[in-house]
Design a binder for this molecule. Sequence first.
Ligand SMILES: [Zn+2]
Length: 317
Amino acid sequence: MDRLRCIICGNEAGNRLLQAREKMNGTLDAFDYLQCAACGHLHLATPVADPGAYYAKGYYSFHASRIPAWRRWLHRSRTSATLGGGTWTGHLLGRIKKPYYAYWLEKTGLRDGQRLLDVGCGAGNLIRILQCAGLECTGIDPFLPADSRTPEGVELRRADLMDERKAYHAILFNHSLEHVAHPHEMLRKAASLLEPGGCVVVRIPLADSFAFFHYGADWFQWDAPRHQNLFTRASFRKLAEQCGLRVDEAIDDSSKIQFWASEEYRRNIFHNSRESFGHNDRQTHFSKRQIREFGRWAEWLNRMGAGDQATFICRTS
Ligand SMILES: [Zn+2]
């Protein structure tokens, strides 16, 4: 029976159905997921009629104010060394504090002026910064209200990856691949658009993590029904291989949010509610010390390879 078959490895034996509820907005609607007994992958077992209805209003709204000149200069200076160039000021600033994306950007081999495509870009906040840093960025997202261009010159298109024709040096899925129903066709298409030597960067939540085992249906990154596929390290590698890609680097990069947001779900405090720590850091659910501890636990889990998300750098095999 197809409904009980793993969409990644094809296994049918011993798979189980698990239920998770929508907790970001707090509708508590229930959804079934199939978990594969062989590779651990989970996927939404019953397609949702109108997935767009589960994205909060304003999720993709644009309040794109111009990035001030001094900040653009800072983005460019601090990232320049990662892009194979830079001034001594840039190298110095980069040593003081690396940009938050530097740890994966430096593994891509991207150089100043090369093209990057962000699939599922939302409002394009990350690529606006990367454009300031010297890359030629384009963002596509089928849920955007219209095509536009940001003040930094990033083209944002209401478009689907499957219609894309241009070649890119890097194609980024920044927490977007888990939202699609058919990850195979997306990743295969991305592989076909790569320039020689280019890479696909995939940032996703991972279900073979401490947070999934500990919190179960209250795991923040389960995010039913928006996350239609929850990968494990094994299921993602399998998918990449099936799409003509090999995983060159896997970097565990989970953070403290896996603890505080999941603890909130356990107490039925929904992520978009005013009570959540995400909107109100003066809340009283957690002490400052606890929040610091969550951060330390996340670092430890990353070192152990058990964090709840990772960044994969994939190249054509
Ligand atoms: Zn499987």
